[in-house]
Design a protein around this ligand. Structure first.
Ligand code: FAD
Length: 433
């Protein structure tokens, strides 16, 4: 049995659903196939969904700043209201502590350039912004079996505070909102359908074949498979044409209880704390999320097969994280056993995503999202449409990269910055991008 569409999107995560929405809004017939049970049930469901603007390159800062405007007016961006509920942006602001070599001067230059307001905070100002927080500087982050872990602080922290950061209260609901709207524009979402091969004819992509044996013919196929996207690129035979690689990285995120006074409702901002190697953000309901920033002392857990990895947090990582957090915020209630999750990032070698074509005409990719692209999902849908439109009109995005003009700033974002053939970007080399 064979179906036809103008475009097949592989993956109904927050980015796949955004790609489907923009292609359908643009008038294409779209079929989305996902091996999972519903939109957003892949890595999107585990996202900390932080919206921030602290990236190392101008195109990444502009992208995050542009996308934030879409989250601020979510119903306006979608052009509809999902009757099952709407994801919501919660503004917290974010403190980024100054730590040796964290590149914050570069971020400040980029923010000055884009017009993103921020405040320099000395330790006294931080005491007001972050009550209950120990502002000792302990850099570099350490393992708890390192004898230096218990050493006294060497000095006190300073930071920059950016007031517009925040988070999306329900990342899976955001994906469902995008999928709902894409369906309103005619997109057809098919769940429990696994793509097992990428079909070719006459030197270009011809569609996909599913595990059921059915196939879907399409002149455009977009790989938005999240942590599985490397497998899908290999399936399509396009991995060799990429200068930058990408692969799944296992991550653990924990939840801690915050006492009254240190909660979201008390105005506590999120923190990027490279001094202890953790990021923290308050969430609705009196808890905080705590994730890692890949400090040098922590081993990275690369995963070969994204279908087989340990989805439960480990006692070892829980203990390290909680000891670090207890030092920073002594009043947090540490649970007796791990409360959290383990999930996968799809990490590009330079921690910058791919929004790109491939060496197989008609086959595109939105992947390598490196644990930091939830925030850009609605814009990524527009990036992909712009690239696909340009290629369909006979352009060559490799030779003449598509230039995307952001609605918020009127500034041009060079989509060549997200090319699979780019020179490795100079970034923090961590989830901070
Ligand atoms: C723990 C964690 C914390 C994060 N925190 C943040 C954050 O604070 N801020 C931020 O901006 N970003 C964050 N991210 C990153 C962000 O969540 C991801 O970049 C984003 O959700 C990826 O969306 P996606 O649609 O590309 O992939 P996914 O949501 O993973 O969707 C991919 C889909 O493809 C499907 N699929 C895979 N293979 C096949 C196949 N062969 N056939 C059919 N379907 C297939 C899967 O079932 C899945 O539903 C975080 C990620 C994680 C894991």
């Amino acid at each position: 049995m064979s179906d036809r569409a103008d475009a097949v999107v592989i993956g109904a995560g927050v980015i796949g659903s955004a790609v489907a929405l923009e292609l359908a809004r643009g008038g294409r017939s779209v079929i989305v196939v996902d091996k999972g049970p519903a939109a957003g049930t892949g890595s999107t469901s585990s996202s900390a969904s932080i919206i921030r603007f602290s990236y190392s390159t101008i195109d990444s800062v502009l992208a995050a700043w542009e996308a934030a405007a879409m989250w601020h007016d979510w119903a306006g961006h979608l052009g509809t209201v999902d009757p099952d509920g709407m994801a919501r942006f919660v503004r917290t602001g974010m403190c980024i502590f100054h730590t040796p070599g964290n590149g914050i001067e570069r971020v400040e230059q980029l923010w000055d350039d884009v017009g993103i307001a921020y405040e320099q905070c000395d330790t006294d100002r931080l005491r007001t912004l972050l009550p209950g927080v120990d502002l000792g500087a302990y850099f570099p982050p350490k393992r708890i079996d390192d004898p230096a872990f218990a050493e006294e602080a060497t000095s006190e922290l300073t930071a920059i505070f950016e007031p517009e950061s925040g988070f999306i209260d329900d990342p899976m609901l955001a994906a469902r909102n995008l999928a709902y709207t894409a369906k309103q524009h005619g997109a057809d979402f098919r769940f429990h359908q696994e793509v097992v091969s990428i079909d070719r004819a006459h030197g270009r992509v011809a569609g996909v074949t599913l595990a059921s044996g059915a196939s879907i013919e399409a002149p455009v196929v977009v790989n938005v498979g999240g942590p599985h996207s490397g497998l899908i690129n290999r399936m399509a035979g396009v991995a060799e044409g990429m200068r930058i690689g990408h692969r799944p990285l296992r991550q653990e995120v924990f939840t801690v209880e915050a006492p009254i006074g240190l909660r979201l409702e008390d105005g506590m901002p999120a923190t990027a704390d490279l001094d202890i190697g953790q990021y923290l953000r308050p969430q609705i309901g009196g808890t905080w999320l705590v994730g890692g920033t890949e400090p040098e002392c922590d081993e990275l857990h690369w995963v070969d097969d994204p279908d087989h990895f340990d989805e439960y947090p480990t006692v070892e990582q829980f203990e390290i994280t909680m000891m670090r957090v207890a030092r920073r915020v002594p009043e947090f209630g540490v649970p007796h056993r791990p409360v959290g999750l383990a999930a996968l990032y799809d990490v590009a070698d330079d921690w910058v995503p791919f929004y790109d074509k491939s060496d197989l005409p008609g086959f595109f990719m939105a992947c390598g999202t490196s644990g930091n692209q939830f925030k850009n999902a609605p814009l990524a849908g527009q990036f992909m449409k712009a690239i696909i439109d340009a290629e369909s009109a006979g352009g060559d995005h490799d030779a003449v990269p598509v230039q995307f003009v952001g609605a918020r700033t009127g500034r041009t974002i060079d989509l060549g910055a997200f090319s699979r053939r780019r020179e490795k970007a100079i970034t923090s080399g961590t989830v901070m991008g």
